[in-house]
Design a protein around this ligand. Structure first.
Ligand SMILES: Nc1ncnc2c1ncn2[C@@H]1O[C@H](COP(=O)(O)OP(=O)(O)OP(=O)(O)O)[C@@H](O)[C@H]1O
Ligand SMILES: [Mg+2]
Length: 261
């Protein structure tokens, strides 16, 4: 498979006979930021759900580093180095920022309650190790001032940053982001985009990004795949996508058109 990190081949997904994804294929190169765009209902989140093994397509293949993801149960995807954030925030609102981040390290936790009783020292050492790892993420995302705050009380933009932090806590090589700046103000958007670019560089991540804000997509993407009605209608670098007549047509009559130009 050479350099390819993520390979989606001929994926077809239907719900009650209605095709959500129709023969979708794409290749995500290592350490690139690969955007998936398209009008509402195009199948973007569904595709991400297939990659994270949450949905099982009826046909096709999805490979990550020579591992067939369709054979991997959803809870084990994170062990392969794949982490994600959700279109709607999925955090534990009543817990602190720190505890939410710690949940992201779940895959590394070996000692259960019984074990920690028996091997107290080992459990303590592990806890320290996890805390050290989280410190790096907290510092990278400038969250030092909020780690003990309850997530539910934080402004929306910060909650999205916590979600990003939790995904990073699992030390992924591939990060799947579903609309990380949706619902944010201009300044909040700018902040989170800068954090995304920073962690991509510093951690050498491959990122698959679903985003509606075309200005952001065109600015930060290395490559773009466009979906419309469950089909891939175009792919290429930003300047190619901006001038693609099929893409412009797909966006006609949608609120996104003024942001595509
Ligand atoms: N679990 C499900 N059950 C039934 N239909 C589903 C399910 N998940 C997705 N769909 C359908 O698949 C289609 C694509 O939805 P999807 O959420 O993937 O679109 P999207 O491109 O992410 O849209 P948006 O930009 O609005 O988030 C929709 O028609 C949706 O109703
Ligand atoms: Mg979606």
């Amino acid at each position: 498979m050479g350099e390819t990190k993520l390979l989606v081949k001929d994926v077809q997904l239907s719900f009650k006979g209605l095709k959500t994804l129709n023969s979708v294929s794409l290749e995500v190169k290592p350490k690139t930021l690969h955007a998936i765009i398209g009008p509402n209902g195009a199948g973007k989140s569904s595709l991400l759900n297939c990659i994270s093994s949450f949905y099982k397509p009826q046909r096709g293949e999805i490979w990550y580093n020579n591992q067939n993801l369709l054979e991997v149960p959803p809870h084990q995807i994170v062990r392969l180095g794949i982490s994600r954030t959700f279109q709607n925030i999925e955090l534990f609102g009543k817990m602190t920022v720190f505890d939410n981040l710690m949940l992201g390290r779940h895959k590394f936790m070996q000692t259960g309650v019984m074990m920690s009783g028996v091997y107290w020292g080992q459990a303590k050492r592990q806890e320290k190790h996890h805390q050290e790892k989280l410190k790096d993420i907290i510092s990278m995302l400038n969250m030092e001032n909020v780690i003990n705050q309850t997530v539910g009380n934080l402004p929306y933009g910060l909650q999205k940053r916590v979600e990003l932090g939790r995904a990073l806590a699992a030390e992924p090589s591939l990060l799947l982001l579903d609309e990380p700046v949706a619902g944010m103000s201009g300044k909040e958007k700018e902040d989170i985009v800068n954090y995304i670019l920073k962690v991509k560089e510093q951690l050498g991540l491959t990122i698959v990004l679903i985003e509606h804000d075309m200005k952001i997509v065109m600015e930060i993407s290395d490559f773009i795949t466009v979906l419309s009605f469950g089909e891939k209608i175009a792919e290429g670098i930003p300047v190619e996508i901006q001038n693609d007549s099929k893409v412009i047509e797909a966006y006609l009559g949608t609120p996104n058109i003024d942001r595509l130009a």
